[in-house]
Design a binder for this molecule. Structure first.
Ligand SMILES: [Ca+2]
Ligand SMILES: [Ca+2]
Length: 84
């Protein structure tokens, strides 16, 4: 816990709170495996296969909120080294 806080932005990355509109600061975290999606609340993750599947898997429904079209899915951000 102490180590991650020493890196400046580190305290906001993977802290379980979404700071970026696109969830990018919480997308690649130890508590979220690569193919999982962070719900934006706490440290709850769901598999990407569960995004936009019509069923709410996150407590806040975040896995269904980002869907433009039903069944579309597809959130791929490569900027894991930056905050937002
Ligand atoms: Ca954060
Ligand atoms: Ca879902």
């Amino acid at each position: 816990m102490a180590a991650i806080r020493n890196s400046g932005r580190g305290e906001r990355v993977c802290d379980g709170v979404v700071d970026c509109p696109d969830f990018s600061d919480e997308l690649y975290c130890p508590y979220c495996p690569e193919h999982h999606f962070h719900c934006g609340v706490g440290k709850t993750c769901v598999h990407k296969d569960r995004l936009c599947d019509g069923q709410i898997d996150c407590d806040n429904g975040a896995d269904e909120k980002g869907c433009r079209k039903f069944g579309g899915g597809g959130r791929n951000k490569e900027n894991k080294n930056r905050l937002c």
